[in-house]
Design a binder for this molecule. Structure first.
Ligand SMILES: *Cc1c(COP(=O)(O)O)cnc(C)c1O
Length: 482
C-alpha cells in the first residue's frame, strides 16, 4: 500500500541545485531589476543584545526596525512588481461587486481551476470558515503534517488532527525527494479503525511548511485521490505554496520535466476538492487569501459565513486594490523565470550552509533553509528550547531574524496539558520573494557559520510567559545560567 513514488536515489546535491544549475552549470539569477529601494538598519551588538532582552528572546517580538535581514517569514513579505503596484491604483473600492473581485475570481479559475471562490483577509480566515463547515465534532482530520493555524482551526471546530505524512518527513537527514508525501497506509489504518464517515476530509499541504518546505509528488497525490474517492472522502488543499511544489515536480519527478509549472499546478488542484490559500506566500501580495471549492453547497455556506467573519463575499476583508494585486500576483507566481529564481535563491543559501558543514534539514526545501537545532546544540534538552535560543543567537550575531519551528511552535496537547515534543526542532530561515539579493544570502550564511563556531558556549532558555493560543507568537523567555 505504501506509495513507491519516484526514485529515492535522488540525492541532496541534486535537490540543492536544479537541473540547470547541476547539469548545464547555468546559474539562477534574479529575473527583475530594482526600481525602488527600502533602506534597512545596521545595528551594533549592544543594541541587539538590549533589543533581545526587551523582546523576551522571542524574534516575533523584535521591532522590524532593529532587524537587518528579515528571514522571519516569507508571509506577506514579498516585493510586489510594478504591475501589481499599478493594479493597486486600479482598486474599485465599491462595497459590493468590485471589478477587482471578478479579476481575482477569473485568475483563480484560470490558474488553479477551482470553480467557486470566497476571498478572505488571509489564509486562516479561509481555514476558519472551511473548518466550521466541513468538520463535525469528534471527526478526524488527517493531514501531511500539521500547520499551526490550520490545526488550531480544525481543533476549534471539534476535530482531531492525525499526522499521516511519511516517516521520512520527521527525519531531517533523510534525503528522499518528496518528503511531503502521504503514507497511504496510515490513512488506511485510520479509515479501518474509525470508518470513513469519521473523517471530515484529508488536509493536504503543498509544500509542507513544518517539514521544512518539502514537496508532495504527483504520483502520491494521484494515489491519495484514488483512495479517498473509493471511500467517499474529500481532499482539501492547503495550496499556500503550490507553485513551489509544482516546480519541484517539474525538476525531480520522472515524466514531468517538459511540462510547464502552470500546467502542473492545475493538475495538482484538479486532484483535490477545494482549497484554502494564504496569498501572502506564493501569490506575491502583502495581505490576502481565499477559499476555493468545487462543491456548490459548501460554497453557498462559505459565502454565508464569510459575511460574519471577514466581510461581504465579494471582498472578504480586503480592499479592492488588494484583490487586484492578488489577481496579478497569482499570474506572476507560476511564471517559469520567477519560480526558478525564487527556489534557486533558497537552494543557493542551502548549498552554502551544507558546504560549511552546518546541520540543516535535507533536502533543502523551497521557501527556506531549516537549521537542525537538535544537531546544532546537542548539549541542550528540548525543554531548554534549543531552536528558540538558536534564533535568538543568530539575531545577536548579525541582526538576521529567523523563527523557531520546534517545541514552542508545537504547543501543548489539549487533553494532557503537556508540551507536544516534535521530532523536528528547527530554526527557519525563510526567504521573502524578490526582496533580497544573493549578497544578502552570503551575509546570512556567514552569520550562521559564526554562531556554529561558538555553539558549545550557548545556554538554554526558560519560558516565563505563555499565551494560551499559538504561543510561539508572544511567549517570553529568560536565559538559563551556564
Ligand atoms: C501561512 C500559512 C497558513 C496560514 O495563512 P495566513 O495567511 O498566515 O493566515 C496556512 N498554511 C500554511 C502551510 C501556511 O504557510
Amino acid at each position: 500500500m505504501r506509495s513507491p513514488g519516484p526514485s529515492r536515489t535522488l540525492n541532496a546535491t541534486m535537490r540543492v541545485g536544479n537541473k540547470d544549475m547541476e547539469q548545464r552549470k547555468i546559474s539562477w539569477a534574479e529575473p527583475y531589476k530594482i526600481k525602488m529601494v527600502e533602506l534597512i538598519a545596521m545595528t551594533t551588538r549592544e543594541q541587539r543584545e538590549a533589543a533581545l532582552v526587551e523582546a523576551g528572546y522571542n524574534t516575533f517580538l523584535l521591532p522590524s526596525e532593529k532587524v537587518y535581514i528579515d528571514l522571519l517569514t516569507d508571509s506577506g513579505t514579498s516585493a510586489m512588481s510594478d504591475r501589481q503596484w499599478a493594479g493597486m491604483m486600479m482598486g474599485d473600492e465599491a462595497y459590493a461587486g468590485s471589478r477587482n473581485f471578478y479579476h481575482l475570481e477569473k485568475a483563480i479559475q484560470d490558474t488553479y481551476g477551482y470553480k467557486y471562490i470566497v476571498p478572505t483577509h488571509q489564509g486562516r480566515g479561509a481555514e476558519n470558515i472551511l473548518s466550521q463547515i466541513m468538520i463535525k465534532k469528534g471527526q478526524f482530520v488527517p493531514g501531511n503534517m500539521y500547520f499551526t493555524t490550520t490545526r488550531l482551526h480544525q481543533e476549534l471546530a471539534g476535530g482531531t488532527f492525525v499526522d499521516i505524512i511519511i516517516d521520512e518527513a520527521h527525519d531531517p537527514n533523510n534525503t528522499f525527494a518528496f518528503k511531503g508525501n502521504v503514507d497511504l497506509n496510515k490513512l488506511q489504518v485510520l479509515i479501518d479503525k474509525h470508518g470513513a464517515d469519521k473523517i471530515a476530509y484529508v488536509s493536504i499541504a503543498t509544500t509542507v511548511n513544518m517539514a521544512g518546505g518539502q514537496p508532495v509528488s504527483m504520483a502520491n497525490l494521484k494515489e491519495l485521490r484514488a483512495l479517498c474517492t473509493k471511500h467517499g472522502i474529500s481532499i482539501i488543499h492547503d495550496m499556500t505554496r503550490v507553485a513551489e511544489n509544482a516546480y519541484m515536480i517539474q525538476q525531480l519527478e520522472p515524466g514531468h520535466a517538459d511540462r510547464s509549472v502552470q500546467d502542473i499546478v492545475k493538475e495538482i488542484c484538479s486532484l483535490t476538492d477545494g482549497a484554502t490559500m494564504s496569498a501572502k506566500k506564493d501569490a506575491l501580495v502583502n495581505i490576502g487569501g481565499f477559499l476555493a471549492v468545487n462543491d456548490w453547497d459548501v460554497f453557498e455556506e462559505a459565502r454565508n459565513m464569510v459575511v460574519v467573519y471577514e466581510g461581504l463575499h465579494t471582498y472578504g476583508g480586503l480592499a479592492g486594490r488588494d484583490m487586484e494585486a492578488m489577481a496579478i500576483g497569482i499570474g506572476e507566481s507560476v511564471q517559469e523565470d520567477h519560480i526558478r529564481a525564487r527556489v534557486g535563491q533558497v537552494f543557493y543559501l542551502g548549498k552554502k550552509l551544507l558546504d560549511a558543514g552546518i546541520p540543516i534539514v535535507k533536502p533543502v526545501g523551497t521557501h527556506g533553509v531549516f537549521l537542525d537545532a537538535k544537531a546544532f546544540l546537542p548539549h541542550l534538552k528540548q525543554t531548554a528550547f534549543p531552536a528558540q535560543v538558536l534564533a535568538a543567537e543568530l539575531y545577536l550575531e548579525s541582526g538576521v531574524r529567523a523563527m523557531e519551528r520546534g517545541i514552542v511552535s508545537a504547543g501543548r496537547n489539549k487533553d494532557t496539558g503537556d508540551h507536544y515534543y516534535p521530532e523536528l526542532e528547527l530554526v527557519r530561515l525563510t526567504i521573502p520573494r524578490r526582496a533580497y539579493t544573493q549578497a544578502h544570502m552570503d551575509v546570512v550564511a556567514e552569520s550562521v557559520e559564526r554562531v556554529y563556531e561558538r555553539r558549545k558556549s550557548i545556554t538554554g532558555l526558560k519560558m516565563v510567559y505563555e499565551p494560551k493560543y499559538l504561543r510561539f507568537f508572544q511567549a517570553r523567555f529568560e536565559r538559563l545560567p551556564a
